[in-house]
Design a protein around this ligand. Structure first.
Ligand code: PLP
Length: 278
C-alpha cells in the first residue's frame, strides 16, 4: 500500500493528520476513487472532471491540473507495484484552528493506492430499501458519508448486500453505487440531478447503452413500482456492474420511504419541549 500526503509519498499507517485538519473535523473536503486495471487508471479524465466540479461546488481551489493529478497517481501506482488496485484521493480545505468560516489555508491532498480484488460474482445479491436521509447536494462527492455508511451497515445486518435509497417515494441510488432497472427492454436510472452522485461507471454504462442502441430513460423509478421491473443491477467503481437477484421492501418501512412518519411533527415538538437531559 502506498500513501501520499501533501507532496510526500508516505507509509499510510504512519502518516499523521493534524487535529485541526478540516477533513478530520468538518468532513470539509471531497474525494475520488479510481480503479486501476493492468496498471492503468480507468476513465481518469471523467474522475478529474467530477473532482473539479465537486471542488468548485464547495469553494476549494483545485490544487492540481489534470496532468499533475495524472502524474501523481501514476507515480503512486508505480510505487505500489499493484497493477490491480484502487486509488483513493482526497482534497480538504486544509489545516487551520477550528472555526466554521473558510480559513485562508492551503488545500490538503492525500492519496492511497491499495491492491484491489473484485468480489466474486454473487448470483443472489440483494438490496434493502431504506429512506435516503442524506442532504440535498449528494451530487458533490464530499467526505460526509455518515448516512451512506449507516445505510450500508443496516442493509448488511439485514442480510442484504447494498441499500437501495428512497427519497419521497423515488428510488435514488445505492449507498455507494448507482441503481439501474430494466423494464420491457428499456433501461431506467435516476437522473443525474442533485439527489444522486453521478457515477463515472453510470456515465460509462450510458455510453455503452448508446453504442448498443439500447433505449434509456434517465428517470427515477417509484419504490411502489419496483415489483414491475424485470431486472436490477448496480454500478460503481468498486461494484463494477453487479446484477441483483432480489430487492427487499420492509412493509413497516414503506411509510418512511414516502414521507416523514405521521407523528414526525409531534416528535419534533416534543423534542423541543423536552431537550435531552443527562
Ligand atoms: N453513488 C454513490 C453514493 C457513490 O458513493 C458511488 C461511488 O462510490 C457511486 C454512486 C458510483 O460512482 P462511481 O461509478 O463514480 O464509482
Amino acid at each position: 500500500t502506498v500513501g501520499y500526503l501533501n507532496g510526500t509519498f508516505v507509509d499510510p499507517e504512519r502518516a499523521l493528520i493534524p487535529i485541526d485538519e478540516r477533513g478530520h473535523q468538518f468532513g470539509d473536503g471531497v474525494y475520488e476513487v479510481l480503479r486501476v486495471y493492468s496498471g492503468r487508471p480507468f476513465l481518469p479524465e471523467w474522475h478529474f472532471e467530477r473532482l473539479r466540479r465537486s471542488l468548485r461546488a464547495i469553494g476549494i481551489e483545485n490544487p492540481h491540473t489534470d496532468d499533475e493529478w495524472m502524474q501523481l497517481m501514476n507515480e503512486g501506482i508505480r510505487r505500489s507495484g499493484e497493477p490491480e488496485s484502487l486509488v483513493y484521493l482526497q482534497v480538504t480545505r486544509g489545516i487551520a484552528p477550528r472555526g466554521h468560516l473558510f480559513p485562508a489555508a492551503k488545500p490538503s491532498v492525500s492519496m492511497t493506492i491499495r491492491a484491489f480484488q473484485p468480489a466474486e460474482p454473487n448470483p443472489s445479491a440483494s438490496l434493502l430499501c431504506l429512506p435516503d436521509e442524506r442532504w440535498a447536494n449528494v451530487w458533490i462527492k464530499t467526505l460526509n458519508l455518515l448516512p451512506n455508511v449507516i445505510a450500508k451497515e443496516i442493509a448488511h445486518r439485514a442480510g442484504a448486500n447494498e441499500a437501495l435509497l428512497v427519497r419521497s417515494g423515488w428510488v435514488t441510488e445505492g449507498s455507494s453505487s448507482n441503481a439501474w432497472f430494466v423494464r420491457d427492454g428499456v433501461l431506467w436510472t435516476a437522473p443525474a440531478n442533485r439527489y444522486i452522485l453521478g457515477g463515472v461507471t453510470r456515465r460509462f454504462v450510458l455510453h455503452l447503452a448508446q453504442t448498443l442502441g439500447l433505449e434509456v430513460r434517465e428517470q427515477a423509478i417509484a419504490v411502489d413500482d419496483l415489483g414491475t421491473v424485470d431486472e436490477v443491477f448496480m454500478t460503481g467503481t468498486t461494484t463494477e456492474i453487479e446484477p441483483i437477484a432480489c430487492v427487499k421492501v420492509d412493509a413497516a418501512m414503506r411509510q418512511a420511504l414516502h414521507e416523514l412518519p405521521a407523528d414526525a411533527e409531534e416528535v419534533i415538538v416534543r423534542a423541543v419541549e423536552r431537550p435531552v437531559t443527562v
